[in-house]
Design a protein around this ligand. Structure first.
Ligand code: XIL
Length: 361
């Protein structure tokens, strides 16, 4: 025991002297690649991938955490607004729009040559109290929805390249969610959201965004029927967003099927919220291991490989949901430890990072 500890100390001291790398790298939360050299410093996701690679970004972390901002600046060429454009944040009361956070991200993207993807014009969640209690007939509801969408899209016309227009309209059983929008406006509110956005910025690329394409045919078929139906009616829809909040034990075949069937619509395909959970069964005591790191790296690789195989013209890009294991929404959302992203809690590249690069080799 003593000898092992002593040896470890000697090795760490040597490493510190030799390569200025601290021993804290051996803590559970930030295991470094052991079998491979980390990718060179001049490598980045935005430089080394043949399609855009982005992340969902928080303005607060951009301002408060230098390592976060550095990774965003260096690695990504696309940015999705994580929360800043959701209805209750950007439109907290009927006549108030709160532009500060969204403006910050749109300006950062413009100044740093990154594409800005707006998320999301319509959702069943994040409905502000003033909307939940709104009283009016269908004309009044229609006006509310149209004004919301067009005020936001016109403000960012020419600066926001693309939008998630409608997010998560389906249940897992393939039925429409009983959202406030469907209650007040009926199923065709979805088509009208697209038309309103298109009127406000005819150049913007418009996406229907949802999760669960990889779960199986039930929900996937509902989503594909919706988007092809809209396309065939001439509704201005340009792409499918597949969130892909997935897990290390989801089969490669299911993930590839999701990507291939989306591409078969002929629309743009955005893997829009990628993260790969290693603790989907909510083990409160789980620790991060090298074995998990390499399983996760292989899963990232497999997704990127399947995505790289669809026609180039349909590759809108891949976006991870958040940047690192320190800022992922997963641990807070599910109250468990997890390590879903390609950067560790110190904003260092994980084996998953190399997995992403390997996916296009
Ligand atoms: C999440 C954010 O990451 C969290 O910060 C927030 O508390 C809840 O929403 N699907 C979506 C995203 O479309 O908007 C969600 O974002 C994650 C699931």
């Amino acid at each position: 025991m003593m000898n092992t500890k002593l040896n470890a100390t000697i090795i760490c001291t040597f490493l510190l002297l030799a390569v200025s790398v601290g021993c804290q790298g051996s803590k559970d939360r930030d295991v470094k690649p052991v079998t491979e050299e980390p990718p060179a410093e001049d490598v980045s996701l935005q430089k080394n991938l043949p399609f855009k690679f982005g992340a969902a970004i928080s303005p607060g972390l951009m301002k408060s955490r230098a390592a976060y901002r550095d990774v965003v600046t260096k690695e990504f060429n696309s940015i999705t607004t994580e929360n800043a454009m959701k209805m209750s944040f950007i439109h907290p009361s009927a006549n108030t729009y709160n532009w500060a956070d969204a403006d910050y991200l749109v300006d950062f993207a413009a100044q740093n040559g990154k594409r800005l993807h707006g998320h999301t014009l319509n959702w069943y969640k994040n409905v502000p109290a003033w909307v939940a209690s709104f009283q009016g007939d269908s004309t009044a509801w229609e006006a509310l929805l149209k004004t919301h969408i067009q005020t936001i899209v016109s403000r960012y016309k020419g600066r926001v390249a693309s939008w998630d227009v409608v997010n998560e309209a389906f249940e897992e059983n393939g039925k429409y969610r009983n959202s406030i929008w469907i209650q007040k406006l009926g199923e065709d509110y979805i088509a009208r959201c697209f038309q309103y956005a298109h009127e406000a910025d005819p150049q913007a690329l418009l996406f229907y965004n949802d999760y669960g394409h990889e779960y199986g045919p039930t929900k996937r078929t509902a989503i594909l029927n919706l988007v092809t139906g809209l396309k065939n009616r001439g509704i201005p829809i340009h792409g499918i967003g597949m969130q892909m909040h997935t897990r290390v034990n989801r089969s490669d075949a299911d993930l590839a099927k999701a990507i291939e069937t989306a591409a078969a619509t002929g629309l743009l395909v955005h893997i829009s919220e990628l993260d790969i959970a290693v603790n989907p069964d909510n083990d409160k005591n789980m620790v991060w291991t090298a074995a998990l790191a390499s399983q996760q790296a292989l899963k990232y690789k497999s997704i990127v490989k399947a995505y790289n195989a669809i026609p180039k013209a349909q590759q809108f890009g891949i976006t991870t949901w958040n940047v690192s294991d320190a800022d992922s929404w997963i641990p807070g959302q599910y109250d468990r430890p997890d390590w879903p992203l390609p950067f560790d809690a110190n904003y260092e590249r994980k084996p998953a990072y190399q997995g992403i690069l390997d996916g296009v080799k």
